[in-house]
Design a protein around this ligand. Structure first.
Ligand code: 4HQ
Length: 248
């Protein structure tokens, strides 16, 4: 997958290109990266790409012409690339959307700074606006990197064990179950016996019950918009009964 970021801070993306799972995947050729700095398309020798908002008010707005030039340059290398703008006005990012973006051949991620970008960029291009949550950060770069990381780890070959992506939180629409490793005892807390039983059917059932229990207590909204399998319904009934006997 070819990913281009339109950003005033290309160096920030080394967090993704130089480290961890995403860095290794880049070296393996699973994805390619290029940053485009809209400053190179400024119409003035000082390199200004922002200006004061019409109508007044605080802060600066990124001007349309250099941003459009950057988008056009990105389209030269990826004509089929989907253009994404990171912003709190977008649809909140979720696992399903990350999985669907992972099937795109190319992405162009536009990162805003200051108070945002001239609206005419959004109305004169086909843009998918995506939010990483209901809070404000100083620029679109960190949101873009979160989106990119979520997408890249779903690309075939990125994760060592193909099962890790499948068994993650949200891959099945539920929160993850608890995990344990050695030592068996830590601060007087021992690893649940079932996980050391070697009974894989029982372990799978325990993990699903834990995932359902956590989802029910922490994120009931996730259960509301998800269909349950017969086994999940049965386990959920058991959890709800238990909850009546001993409140969670
Ligand atoms: N911003 N999800 C303002 C965000 C944001 C978010 C990005 C701040 C764009 C101009 N982006 N700039 N939340 O807070 O994606």
């Amino acid at each position: 997958m070819h990913i281009q970021a339109i950003t005033l801070f290309p160096e920030m993306f080394t967090a993704l290109t130089d480290s961890g799972v995403t860095g290794r995947a880049l070296q393996q050729g699973i994805w390619q990266f290029a940053a485009i700095n809209p400053r190179q398309f400024a119409d003035n020798p000082q390199g200004y790409i922002d200006d004061r908002p019409f109508g007044g008010g605080p802060g600066m707005i990124m001007m349309a012409p250099p941003l459009q030039a950057a988008i056009d340059a990105a389209r030269q290398s990826s004509p089929q690339g989907r253009l994404i703008y990171m912003s709190p006005q977008g649809k909140p990012l979720n696992h399903m959307q990350a999985a669907s973006l992972a099937r795109e051949p190319a992405l162009i991620v536009l990162c805003g700074r200051y108070e945002g970008i001239d609206e005419r960029i959004l109305t004169s291009n086909e843009v998918t606006e995506i939010s990483i949550g209901d809070f404000v950060v100083s620029g679109g770069e960190l949101p873009a990197m979160m989106l990119m990381d979520a997408v890249i780890r779903l690309l075939p070959g990125t994760l060592g064990d193909a099962r890790s992506a499948v068994e993650d939180s949200f891959a099945n629409g539920l929160l993850d179950c608890p995990h344990y490793t050695r030592p068996v005892e830590f601060r007087q807390q021992t690893v649940p016996d079932v996980l050391r039983s070697g009974n894989h059917a029982l372990i799978a059932q325990w993990r699903l019950t834990q995932a359902l229990r956590r989802t029910l207590t922490r994120r009931p909204d996730l259960l509301a918009d998800r269909r349950l399998t017969p086994e999940e319904s049965r386990l959920l009934q058991y959890i709800r009964q238990e909850e009546r006997d001993i409140p969670l």
